[in-house]
Design a protein. Structure first.
Length: 202
């Protein structure tokens, strides 16, 4: 016997965890049914609405708060605790840092864009990315972000910049490994030679 679910009263409640805490959210169903034999569930099928998932206000608030704190730390570190010569912006260290920062930004933005475009082209849900740096690592957006903040540390040549770069690495590398493991568990055809966050290494 087949029983349709009541989509107005059904949803998926999720909880995501990371080193610094956790957050929760709700995703609604588009449709779904269960197959029954007496009182036993023997199967079923569900379509989840991923076009407009609800984001808890705590996520936005924590992101806003973190950026306010980080901006102040960077500003104080640069303007009050670091000295620069008048020719600093002409120095090779500064210009090298700018180039590294821009490279990381490009990798970060392009990697995210490719994930978003997969959902636009193939529909809601998760799909296996195979373009750009996705061919070599599972988390190229994290890789790009790490490169960005290493570039920032170099171009500012400040303690606050280097501390934030280290914090970014400590935060994103474990997340990249979790990301990589999820892909391996959910895609049977996931490339065996694809690394987690650094091409050809880890």
């Amino acid at each position: 016997m087949k029983k349709d679910i009541n989509i107005s009263e059904s949803s998926v409640n999720w909880k995501g965890k990371k080193i610094t805490g956790s957050h929760t959210g709700t995703i609604n169903f588009q449709s779904g049914f269960l197959t029954m034999e007496g009182e036993n569930i023997t199967g079923g099928s569900f379509v989840i609405d991923m076009t407009n998932p609800k984001m808890p206000i705590s996520i936005a608030a924590s992101a806003f708060s973190f950026n306010i704190v980080n901006v102040n730390i960077q500003a104080f570190g640069i303007f009050y605790f670091t000295e620069y010569s008048d020719a600093w912006t002409d120095c090779y260290i500064f210009n090298t840092g700018v180039c590294i920062f821009l490279l990381g930004m490009y990798i970060n933005i392009k990697s995210d864009y490719l994930i978003v475009s997969l959902r636009k082209n193939k529909g809601p849900g998760y799909h296996l990315p195979n373009k750009f740096l996705h061919k070599y690592i599972s988390a190229p957006n994290y890789f790009g972000e790490i490169i960005e903040w290493i570039g920032w540390a170099i171009l500012t040549w400040s303690l606050s910049g280097f501390v934030f770069a280290i914090w970014t690495i400590a935060n994103l590398v474990p997340r990249a490994f979790t990301h990589h493991k999820w892909y391996q568990e959910n895609f049977s055809d996931y490339p065996k030679n694809r690394k987690a966050i650094i091409p050809g290494i880890i």
